[in-house]
Design a protein around this ligand. Structure first.
Ligand SMILES: Cc1ncc(COP(=O)(O)O)c(C=O)c1O
Length: 384
């Protein structure tokens, strides 16, 4: 999903709940949350706002999904243990099935972690969740929704982890959970290994989750090998960014005993039988095709990045993900509006202000989509 939430949605629902005299029962945190509303302006023909992959160039992926779904017993509940899917994930990643917690996207897994690890530490009135900023918005939203206090540490000037401040925040705030996305959304860069290691090492007794939603696009690969040395480290993955967002399959790889505890708060049939079967089939039978698609996006990312950086006034942060973090000349809003007029949708951070006010996040799409974007950006530059 996109990292956007509609900031202007009125609190009309809260007032309506007050009329039926139930508003006092709502968690106070809900006052500052907004339901997820996709930015959906009319006339969009090129959708590059949600970090989705372009359609697969191989029929094998769709065929594997179709075969798997056709074989599902519709009258039966799904396997509550998701055994086949876990085995398929284990074979592709090197994890053991008992180290895996699968959910309806990583969004659900994040919620499960925060449901389970919710006991405040001594002298903390609420459990604390630590994260850099900007990053994937669901860490903060899910923290608020589960009664945790989110604490954000700004990324440094090159959008990398500010390890000394993260370490100080760990000491002072004593969080239950730390989230670090690497590659990070929305900045696209992989976090520096030494900095990440410093944070992981400082976070003793803290569940530290490295969210690798985009790791398939990063040359350096996963940090899951660090788990042996750091048993409090968890790695979050998803198939959403590699062409299978419709399935809603994500997973946590972590210490098996901790996984068993978190698993107690999971709804027994959280992942549909069709999603389990489809994801397992792709992992088993069409994984090479998925990786070829990923390689194609990585090639296109280089070309798109160079083409955007050539436009006067634009610059691009080196990306290890399937999207680009683009600095615009002046406010990102004018560029965003000009793109929308041409039917091209990207994600703008102008509403966040500050150093984010001149930033766009642009998904790497199909060749045709990328060409349309570059053309529209060039014309936007002429009017901006
Ligand atoms: C860093 C990061 N983690 C997780 C997700 C969500 O993944 P899923 O679709 O598996 O819920 C996203 C989606 O934008 C993301 O950017």
């Amino acid at each position: 999903m996109s990292s956007s939430r509609n900031p202007s949605e009125p609190q009309a629902s809260r007032r309506a709940v007050a009329q039926i005299e139930l508003a006092s029962l709502l968690r106070p945190e809900l006052e500052e949350l907004r339901a997820y509303v996709p930015h959906d302006p009319p006339g969009i023909r090129v959708k590059l706002d949600a970090n989705e992959a372009p359609p697969s160039s191989s029929p094998a992926v769709r065929e594997a999904v179709e075969r798997a779904v056709a074989g599902v017993a519709l009258e039966r509940y799904p396997d509550p243990r998701a055994l086949r899917l876990k085995e398929a994930i284990a074979r592709r990643t090197g994890a053991r099935p008992d180290e895996l917690l699968v959910g309806s996207g990583s969004d659900e897994v994040i919620a499960l972690v925060l449901t389970a690890l919710a006991r405040p530490r001594e002298r903390n009135p609420q459990p604390v969740v630590l994260m850099p900023a900007p990053t994937f918005v669901m860490y903060r939203v899910s923290a608020r929704g589960h009664g945790h206090k989110p604490v954000e540490v700004p990324l440094d000037a090159s959008w990398d982890l500010d390890a000394p401040t993260m370490k100080r925040a760990i000491e002072m705030m004593r969080p239950n959970v730390v989230f670090v996305a690497s590659p990070n959304n929305p900045t696209g860069n992989r976090v520096d290994d030494a900095r990440l290691r410093a944070v992981v090492e400082a976070a003793t007794g803290v569940f530290t989750i490295v969210d690798e939603a985009y790791v398939d696009y990063a040359a350096e690969g996963s940090v899951r090998g660090w788990r042996e040395e750091h048993p409090n480290l968890g790695v979050l993955r998803t198939v959403s960014k590699i062409g299978l967002a419709a399935l809603r399959v994500g997973w946590l790889e972590a210490d098996s005993a901790l996984v068993a505890e978190i698993d107690k708060v999971r709804q027994p049939f959280n992942l549909s039988a069709t999603s389990q079967a489809a994801a397992a089939a792709v992992l088993e039978d069409a994984w090479d095709d998925v990786l070829r698609d990923v390689a194609r996006v990585v090639r296109a990312r280089g070309e798109l990045s160079a083409a955007v950086a050539e436009i006067d006034g634009f610059s691009v942060t080196p990306s290890s993900a399937n999207f680009l973090w683009v600095k615009t000349p002046g406010s990102a809003e004018a560029v965003y509006d000009a793109l929308v007029k041409e039917g091209v949708l990207v994600r703008s951070f102008h509403a966040s202000g500050g150093r984010l006010g001149a930033q766009l996040r642009v998904t790497v799409g199909s060749d045709a989509d990328n060409d349309a974007l570059v053309g529209a950006l060039r014309r936007a530059r002429e009017v901006a």
